[in-house]
Design a protein around this ligand. Structure first.
Ligand SMILES: [Zn+2]
Length: 619
């Protein structure tokens, strides 16, 4: 994780210097409570310790009203989205002026979406000024129920005991990720990507209605594709169109950090594919602490089909750039992925489209299928393809009709709460780190996609050196004897029996393969390749450590045995242009080839993937 130098506890009030107020008039607090002190009835004068002070008048803050029920119980009202009173789910507020061991019950009484993960025992997160790491409130302290005293509405109650008088306690639905945090992160990312030179850029795509930046990050060269006639592949990713879906930003950060790293997968991807990423598409809504809306009260992901410059300048800018990329002769836009967080389902999954054209549909379902092989938290049962009329204004629906048939548009969803592992009903809550891991898994899925479809071809050729002769060995032996050296073991002098073309293997110390969830369901040359490249990397670093003319004469622990792979038969398939007949034809050819050689058949493997795709048993 890149350290941005941003203090996560610094819930910088946009209204510094204000005195504590008894009521929240909404002025200057954007409708949020503004250091509101809850005094018992009949009490006047200076607030005593234990008269809780509520505040949400800071960036991403949301708490609209507090009612004191009794000494121990408070009703809390989420502030509705700006100009959209029916949307109430995101909350984020602080409490201070607490008394040691004070115990309270908070009821959140106006959640607009009844069916949500609170039904699955999702709990809010809390941190305090002396303990800045977010923690989940234990399940036994929360209760989501229909309340007769609240007109039969579902209310979410949780109890909490304050254990430090001086601390400010912050409560939120999910880890906040503010506009300021992103603006602090991007320069750090830029600096860290300095080794990429022209292959990294950050530019201003558009300004929001309230003049906040919508950044566009480009990773990967924009030079013509390596294969002279092929178009350069483009993956377009965007996040935070819905401001309350903060996990989307952590996924996006994980993805960006891996893409700029020197990890071999990232390096190969950058050489072949260009990623264009918009980390925050609705910065006004994020700043204001809205759940889904912009400052104008619009749900951007229901308005793509009616986007205009005045109400939706950020969506308009995205449509413009996508149209240019789609029509370009030099680029091939492969993916548009819109990252969301889901409020009622667990795990990570994909929403896609259905098409009358069965071949287009088969191409469309390949990416989710590959995602299932790379992410342990993938929820196959939640992945869905539809063409509902109600979703006409979503990015995946509108953009797939706007752009050419080759473009695959998806909503990528990750639970706002947690995930279930295969065969288990226990929900493991996500953390900031596991959200970022999910972003890294997305990168791996792109790698899988492009290697499996042949857009990225890498070759590992095994070659055993046969030039060395007895006379040379004898010569070296004589020379060693002359200089009094011990005879070097023969195995230590053999050149690496591997030749990598177009590969720059250099593992990033910070982003290693080990800290990513990446499980293979099958044995592939790539798996072995990863193992070998690691050995190669070790050997390379060992080589650089010793200043000797003759390599591999060090006492360093250089691996002496290498797995020699058969040369993989990498059939180049482009699913974006192939029909079923083509696949069958190539498959037949491959079957014939296979009889005559021991080559690994990538095509059959992919073919198998497509045809075993069934609704629920992906893993
Ligand atoms: Zn969403």
């Amino acid at each position: 994780m890149i350290n941005t130098g941003y203090d996560p506890l610094q819930h910088t009030s946009v209204y510094h210097g204000k005195e504590d107020s008894d009521d929240s008039d909404g002025e200057g607090g954007l409708g949020n409570v503004n250091r509101q002190i809850m005094r018992p009835p009949g009490h006047s004068g200076k607030a005593k310790r234990g008269h809780l002070c509520f505040d949400a008048s800071f960036e991403c803050g949301n708490l609209g009203r507090v009612d004191l029920i009794n000494e121990f119980e408070y009703d809390l009202f989420i502030r509705p989205d700006t100009c959209s009173p029916r949307l109430r789910f995101w909350f984020n507020f602080t409490v201070d002026n607490v008394k040691l061991d004070q115990r309270v019950i908070f009821n959140i009484v106006n959640i607009s979406k009844e069916r949500n993960l609170f039904m699955e025992k999702m709990t809010p997160i809390v941190k305090s000024s002396s303990r800045p790491k977010w923690q989940r409130i234990p399940k036994k302290h929360v209760y989501y129920h229909k309340s007769t005293v609240h007109q039969g509405h579902y209310i979410f109650s949780f109890s909490f005991g304050f254990d430090k008088e001086e601390d400010i306690f912050q409560f939120a639905l999910a880890p906040p990720y503010s506009y300021s945090k992103l603006q602090a992160f991007l320069p750090v990312l830029d600096k860290k990507a300095s080794h990429l030179k022209e292959s990294f850029s950050r530019e201003l795509l558009a300004n929001s209605v309230q003049s906040r930046r919508v950044d566009l990050i480009t990773i990967g060269s924009l030079d013509p594709a390596p294969k002279s006639k092929a178009k350069r592949r483009i993956v377009f990713i965007m996040a935070r169109i819905h401001p309350g879906e903060t996990p989307a930003s952590f996924v996006c950060q994980g993805l960006l950090e891996l893409l700029i790293s020197s990890n071999s997968i990232a390096s190969i991807l950058r050489d072949n594919v260009t990623f264009k990423v918009i980390p925050m598409l609705n910065p006004d809504g994020v700043f204001l602490g809205n759940y889904r809306s912009t400052v104008m009260g619009t749900d951007l992901n229901r308005s793509w089909h009616v986007a205009n410059q005045w109400l939706h300048p950020t969506s308009k800018a995205v449509i413009d750039i996508l149209t240019i990329l789609d029509k370009s002769k030099d680029f091939q836009l492969d993916f548009v992925i819109d990252i969301h967080a889901h409020s009622s389902l667990t795990g990570c999954f994909v929403y896609g489209n259905t098409y009358g054209d069965v071949y287009r549909y088969e191409r469309h379902i390949l990416f989710p299928k590959l995602l299932a092989t790379t992410a342990d938290d993938y929820a196959a049962g939640n992945t869905m393809f539809n063409s509902d009329a109600t979703k006409a204004g979503t990015a995946r629906r509108y953009l797939c009709s706007l752009l050419s048939d080759k473009v695959n548009c998806y909503s990528f969803e990750i639970s706002i709460y947690g995930y279930k592992l295969k065969g288990s009903d226990t929900i493991i809550p996500y953390t900031e780190e596991s959200y970022m891991r999910c972003g890294r898994n997305l990168v791996r899925t792109f790698f899988e996609y492009y290697t499996n479809t042949g857009a990225i071809a890498f070759h590992i050729t095994a070659e055993v050196s046969s030039k060395r002769t007895r006379s040379r060995t004898a010569q070296i032996r004589r020379r060693n004897q002359k200089h009094g050296r011990n005879r070097t073991p023969l195995t230590g002098r053999i050149q690496a029996q591997l030749h990598f073309t177009n590969l720059n293997i250099n593992y990033d110390s910070e982003t290693s393969l080990e800290d990513c969830t990446y499980s293979y369901r099958y044995t592939s040359p790539r798996k072995a390749f990863d193992k070998i490249s690691e050995q190669y990397s070790l050997r390379k670093s060992a080589k650089s450590n010793i200043e000797q003319k003759h390599n591999f004469r060090s006492d360093s622990p250089i691996p002496t045995t290498y797995v020699v792979l058969p040369e993989p038969s990498l059939t180049v398939i482009d699913f974006n242009v192939m029909s079923r007949d083509d696949i069958d034809k190539v498959s037949k050819v491959n079957k014939i080839q296979k009889k005559s050689s021991q080559k690994f058949d990538f095509l059959q493997h992919i073919h198998q993937i497509i045809h075993t795709l069934s609704s629920s048993s992906l893993r």
